[in-house]
Design a protein around this ligand. Structure first.
Ligand SMILES: NC(=O)C1=CN([C@@H]2O[C@H](COP(=O)(O)OP(=O)(O)OC[C@H]3O[C@@H](n4cnc5c(N)ncnc54)[C@H](OP(=O)(O)O)[C@@H]3O)[C@@H](O)[C@H]2O)C=CC1
Ligand SMILES: CC(=O)[C@@H](O)[C@H](O)COP(=O)(O)O
Ligand SMILES: [Mn+2]
Length: 395
């Protein structure tokens, strides 16, 4: 049952086989009267899952980035009894699908490869339910300006969904500060010496959320919170120096808005991404029975503590990147993507991630605000990836 008004919304889901994608399909399966899934996109790493999803939801078009996966996808679609499904393939497949004009495009791709699909969805006039924070961070004003109506970008990231909900409590002129909560990751409270030798499997053990590998490592380094600070600045138009980060290990308060009269409005719910995903799909309405609420019958405690910026410098670096130039955030993200891949492949140590990102950001010359182009962003990213790779080869 749903409270969303009007005809079924046509939904395209990018990254359908991942953590966000599969949880989105769980929400959509329970609200079939409110939504029709018209397109699915994935990398191509799991043709059988993609085909099962297409068959279950009667999807007309699937897109895979890896052209080599097409025979396996067609075979799996046949085996799953998916019927006549159009298969798009190649590096532009998700972008073409995103631009096809669904009512809502949920971007759950990982990494800045999600930028073109984000822009295509906005240019097509679709509502963009945005989990892929990297596309907003790297595209900056390009993404912001591509949105031509209020609420065309609806945040799915849990903190930004919380802030969007809390902002309903006051007028924009009444907002004093945004407060992003951070779990602190698996190494909260550790010493610099202990963190030096952590392994990928330790970094992948997030204390409160089960997510894909890249965002999980980013949570451990606090790069995720740096990206989220830039994301909040771009989404809500609040300067970075009025956005705070506070560590809240329970991940129940998902973020807060402080108003000019001293009131703070927080959004709280047990950690479950289906809640912000559902709001992203149905905004501004709420769907019924999406996730369990807080249980007030059991004794519980929420704690808040300052971030250890000495050991976890990623948020400070994000503040620097956002102030430095229009392309510094793209460089911050691209260098990090290279470092995370190298760390997961056990080629560098955990602490090499942020120190390398910092060196690449510091060396970047930057493009002034107002002269940002897509080609400029892509060139800055290419430079950052190549420079990070050079530094990592010596690490
Ligand atoms: N997971 C979570 O709880 C949260 C995630 N986010 C953000 O959401 C995004 C997705 O994260 P998550 O779901 O964890 O990541 P996953 O790694 O679990 O999933 C990524 C998905 O993207 C697909 N994909 C990769 N490359 C392409 C491409 N070129 N074209 C189309 N699809 C592609 C993958 O397909 P394949 O498997 O075939 O490669 C997979 O379906 C990230 O930006 C993350 O920061 C934000 C808040 C919470
Ligand atoms: C669920 C979600 O939104 C993630 O981005 C989450 O924020 C990760 O947790 P931390 O980065 O706070 O550890
Ligand atoms: Mn988040």
């Amino acid at each position: 049952m749903t409270t969303t008004q009007g005809p079924a919304r046509r939904v395209t889901l990018l990254g359908s086989t991942g953590s966000i994608g599969t949880q989105a399909l769980d929400v959509l399966a329970r609200h079939r009267d409110a939504f029709e899934v018209v397109g699915l996109a994935a990398g191509g790493g799991d043709p059988a899952l993609l085909a099962r999803q297409a068959a279950t939801f009667g999807v007309a078009t699937v897109a895979v980035a890896d052209e080599g996966a097409v025979p396996a996808v067609r075979e799996a679609l046949h085996a799953a009894g998916a019927g006549d499904v159009e298969v798009l393939a190649g590096p532009d497949a998700a972008t073409d699908l995103a631009g096809a004009g669904a009512d809502v495009v949920l971007n759950g791709i990982t990494g800045s490869v999600g930028l073109r699909p984000t822009l295509a969805a906005l240019h097509a006039g679709s509502t963009l339910a945005l989990a892929n924070k990297e596309s907003l961070v790297v595209g900056g004003a390009l993404v912001h300006d591509a949105a031509v109506r209020p609420d065309q970008i609806v945040p799915v990231d849990s903190e930004h969904s919380a802030i969007a909900q809390a902002l309903r409590s006051g007028a924009p002129r009444e907002v004093a500060r945004l407060v992003l909560t951070a779990s602190g990751g698996p190494f909260r409270g550790w010493s610099a010496d202990d963190v030096k030798t952590v392994t990928p499997s330790q970094a992948l053990a997030h204390p409160t959320w089960a997510m894909g590998p890249v965002v999980t490592v980013n949570s451990a380094t606090l790069m995720n919170k740096g990206l989220e600070l830039i994301e909040a600045h771009l989404l809500f138009g609040v300067p970075a120096d009025r956005i705070d980060v506070v560590v809240h290990p329970q991940s129940v308060v998902h973020s807060m808005v402080q108003f000019v009269d001293g009131s703070t409005i927080a959004q709280a719910s047990p950690p479950d991404m289906r809640l912000p995903i559902a709001l992203g799909l149905s905004w501004p309405d709420r769907l019924e029975d999406v996730a369990s609420p807080c249980d007030w019958s059991a004794a519980t405690a929420w704690t808040f503590e300052p971030l250890d910026e000495e050991l976890f410098g990623a948020v400070r670096l994000a503040r620097h990147a956002v102030a430095a130039s229009a392309t510094h955030p793209a460089v911050y993200n691209a260098a990090n993507e290279q470092c995370v891949a190298a760390f997961l492949a056990e080629r560098i140590s955990f602490l090499d991630i942020v120190t390398t990102v910092e060196r690449v950001v510091d060396e970047h010359e930057g493009t002034p605000a107002g002269s940002l182009t897509l080609d400029g962003v892509l060139a800055a990213e290419r430079w950052a990836r190549a420079r990070a790779d050079e530094l990592l080869a010596r690490a």
